[in-house]
Design a protein around this ligand. Sequence first.
Ligand code: PLP
Length: 392
Amino acid sequence: MSQRRFATRAIQGAVVTPPPQQPLAPPLYQTSAFSFDDADLYAETLRAPGRGMVYTRYENPTTAGFEALIADLEGGAQALAAASGMAAIATVLLSLVPPGGHLVAQRELYGGTYSLLRRHLPRCGVETTMVDCADLDSLRAARRDNTAAVYVETIANPTMTVADVPAIAALADEWGVPLVVDNTVASPALCRPLEHGASIVVHSATKFLSGHSDVVGGVAVFADEGRRLAAWEHLIEFGGSMDPFAAWLLLRGIKTLDVRMSRQIANATRVAELLAAHANVQRVYWPGLRTHPTYDVGRRVLSGPGGFLSFEVDGGREAGRRFVQATRVAKLAPSLGGVESLVSHPASTTHRQYDAAALAEAGIGEGMVRMSVGIEDADDLCEDLTSALAQV
Ligand SMILES: *Cc1c(COP(=O)(O)O)cnc(C)c1O
C-alpha cells in the first residue's frame, strides 16, 4: 500500500479483519457491494442465492443473519427479508399467484394489504375473494379452479379476530394451495403458524419484531425452500430488499421480544379489565377476554393474548376522535408492537381505505379506538385512560 498515493490509500487503506472470537453483537455489513479477486468466482456467485455475497439488493450477511434468526423462531426452512411489511406481502403474493390466478383472503385485513388486493393486484391479473374466515363454509365456497393461495392474519385488527390457522391450513391443503399467514400482531412469541400447517408466514418487522419504533422492515418465512427462491427472484427485481442497518436493528430488537411481550400482556390485562368495567366503553376486543368472539380459538392457536386491543367508546366517531386526542401517556400514532403505548382511531386513519359498508362488514365501529399497549408502568397507563374517558 505504501507506494500508492494519498487519495488511493485514503480510499483503499482501511482493513477490518474479523477476529477469531465471535462478537457478542452481530456485525453490521453496511456495504452495497462485495469485491472479488477472481472474475470466475464472481460470475459463479451471481448465479443463485446462497453462494456468497455480491450485491446487497440480492444478499447481505447482516440481513442473512436476520433471515436465519426469524426462520428459526418461526420454525421455517428459510426466510426472505424485505424493505417493509408491504414489500414482503406484495413479493410473496406476486410470486405465488400467476396472472389469471385467484386469491382467497380474509375480509378483515390490514389496510395496506386490503388496498394491494383491491387496487393493485387486479392490474396484475389477480382477483381476490374476501370472506369471513371464521365461517369455514363460506371459505370453502370461495374456492375457484384458479385459486392459487389463501391469505389470513393470525390476529386481525382492529377486531382482534384470531384465525383458526389449523382448520384453514387443512382446507388450503385439501385444495393443494399454500396458506399465507400475516403473523405481525401475534409475533412468533405467541404463534408459529407454520407449526399449524401454514406454508408461508409474512411479517411487518416494523412492529413487534423491532419493538422500538425505529425500523421499517418486513420478512417472509417459508416452510419450503422452493417458494423462497421464487419470492427472492421477484424481490430483487421489484427492488424491495431490506437495508442491512434495518436487519441489524431487528437482530437487536428480537433479543427482547419475549420479555417485551410478557410485559405487554401483563399491561394489556390491566388495561382490558379497566376498559371492560368502564361505563363509557361499550365493548372491548382482546383475545384474552372470555367475551371475545374468538376467545376459544385464541386459547388453541396462541400462547398468550398479546398486547394489542380495541374498544368502542360511547358516542361514535366524534367520541373516538376526542379520546385519542385526550390521552397523554399513550401517544396518538400509527403502528403497534413497540415499547411505547399508542392509540389510534381506525375509521379515520388505518382503515380509511374502507368505505362505510366495508367498515361495517369488517366489524369496525365508528367510535372504535385501537391501542397497542407498551411496557410503561401499568398504573400510569390506567390513569391516562381513565382521564381520557372522562373527557369524551
Ligand atoms: C403494519 C402492518 C403491515 C404493513 O407493514 P409495513 O412494515 O408498514 O409495510 C402489514 N400487516 C400488518 C398486520 C401490519 O400491522
